[in-house]
Design a protein around this ligand. Structure first.
Ligand code: SF4
Length: 210
């Protein structure tokens, strides 16, 4: 099977070329010890997506609890956060970034979050590798937006606790931080190192930056 990204014939720049052994080391990365997954096992995908949804729900609950003395602040902020996080993760990323990902180019492939499958239902693939790379970068790029969707509830809850300290909110914030840490550890050790698109996927960028 030819694993070169289809854009190569246009830009002459291989986006992500998997050598015959299936192992590829990006710039500055240590060579991963295991082959990359073309199709991630379902349990890994379900685990990652469950953590994502749980983080958004926990984040919303933590903001509501931390700001419960000011409901006019709590509800708009919490709801705006959930809408932003869900749209950014499950609509914008599949529409804006995933169409140029190598997982869209390989038949039967499934990326760590299965967003390539969602993307395939939403829009056709694109073969512009430069565009794929640029869309993950910049202050309004998908990497920055992904980072916001992960850390915003922690910052908003901390601000709420500074205004009014409430122990249930402290406990929920601790659970939120623990779930974020667990996600980062799992992605760093078990998911992203085996991803064919880890050089450019916004999720992998956030994990590397953390
Ligand atoms: S690996 Fe990243 S960029 Fe590629 S399809 Fe999955 S979520 Fe999208």
């Amino acid at each position: 099977m030819d694993l070169r990204h289809p854009a190569r014939h246009k830009s002459d720049t291989p986006l992500h070329l998997v050598p015959p052994g299936g192992i590829e080391a990006g710039r500055g990365e240590r060579r991963p010890p295991l082959p990359s997954f073309r199709r991630y096992p379902l349990w890994r995908v379900v685990g990652l997506d469950s953590l994502t949804v749980a983080h958004f729900a926990l984040g919303c609950a933590a903001v509501l609890l931390a700001w419960h003395t000011r409901p006019l602040v709590a509800w708009p902020v919490a709801l705006a956060y959930v809408v932003f996080a869900v749209v950014q993760t499950f609509v914008l990323t599949p529409l804006v970034v995933c169409p140029g990902c190598v997982y869209r180019a390989i038949a039967g492939a499934r990326c760590p979050s299965a967003l390539n499958l969602l993307s395939a239902r939403l829009c056709p693939p694109v073969s512009d590798t430069a565009e794929f790379r640029h869309r993950t970068c910049g202050s309004l790029g998908q990497t920055s937006l992904s980072l916001c969707s992960w850390v915003f509830p922690v910052a908003a809850t901390a601000a709420g606790l500074a205004v009014h300290l409430a122990w249930p909110a402290v406990v929920l914030t601790a659970v939120l931080v623990a779930s974020l840490a667990l996600r980062l550890i799992l992605e760093r050790t078990a998911l992203c190192p085996r991803c064919l698109s880890r050089r450019w996927c916004p999720v992998a960028h956030v994990v590397r930056a953390a």
